[in-house]
Write a protein that binds this ligand. Sequence first.
Ligand code: NAD
Length: 262
Amino acid sequence: MDMGITGCWALVCAASKGLGRGCAEALAAEGVNVVITARGAEALEATAAQLRERFPSVSVRTVAGDITTPEGRAAALAAAPRVDILVNNAGGPPPGDFRDWDREAWMKAIDANMLTPIELIKATVDGMAERGFGRIVNITSAAVKAPIDILGLSNGARSGLTGFVAGLARQPRIASRNVTLNALLPGPFETDRLRATMAGAAAKAGKSIEAVMDERRALNPARRFGTPAEFGAACAFLCSVHAGYITGQNILLDGGAYPGTF
Ligand code: NAD
C-alpha cells in the first residue's frame, strides 16, 4: 500500500532508539523526510547514518537535545522546513511509590509526558490545518488504558495528555482540515527501556535477565514482545493519507494483553 506521504516532513522526537526510532524508520521507508531528536548525540548520529544509508532519497536531520526543555523543542522545530507529521515521544518517568513523590517529581513527569507534547502540538497544529494536511501521533503507554500501579507518574501524566488530545482532535477547525491526532499505546516492546526494566526486576528476584524476559513473554497472549518495526508500521499507517478519518483514538499495541472486549 502506498501511504501517500512521500516528500512530507516529520519531526520524530526521542528517536535514536526504541519505539521512536521504529517510527522514524517506517516513515523514512515511505519517503518522508525526518528530523530526529535524542539527548545523546552519538546514538542519534549513528541512527541517522543508518537511515541515510537505507533510504538515500530522504533528508535526515538530527537535533541533539532534551525535548522536555524549551530550548530542545525550539531547536527541534527549527530544524524542519515545516512539520506535516509530528511524533511525540520522550523517556518515561521512573517507577515508584506515590508516597515518595514530591511536587518536583510530578512536575518532571508532567513536563515530559504531558506538557512537552502539548507544546509541540501547539507549535505545529495550526500550520497543518492551514495547509490541509497533518498527522500527530503521541506515543503514550498501555498504562493509559490499564494502569500499572508502580508507574503512577506515567499513568497520571499520560492520562492528562490523553484527555487534552481527545478534546483538541475533535475541534472542527482541526478535524475538518485533514489534521488527525491519535495515540499509540505500547504494551511490552523489546527496547532498551524494556531491558532496563527487566534488569531491575531480575536483580531484585536474583534471576537472569533472560529468565525474567522469558517469564514476561509467557504472560502475553502472543508469547512474545512487540518489535519497534511493528510499532513503526502502525505509526506510518496512522500518518498516511488513508487514515484521515481516524482521529482522537487511542490504539493499543500489546499482543492481546489487555483483557477487555473494547
Ligand atoms: P528507549 O529507552 O528504547 O528509547 C528512548 C529514546 O528516547 C532514546 O532515543 C532516547 O535518547 C530518547 N529520549 C529519552 N528521553 C528524551 C528526552 N528527554 N529528549 C529527547 N530524547 C529523549 O525507550 P522506548 O522503549 O522506545 O520508550 C519510548 C516511550 O514509550 C517511553 O516514554 C516509554 O515509557 C514508553 N513505553 C515503552 C514501552 C516498551 O515496552 N518499550 C511500553 C510502554 C510505554
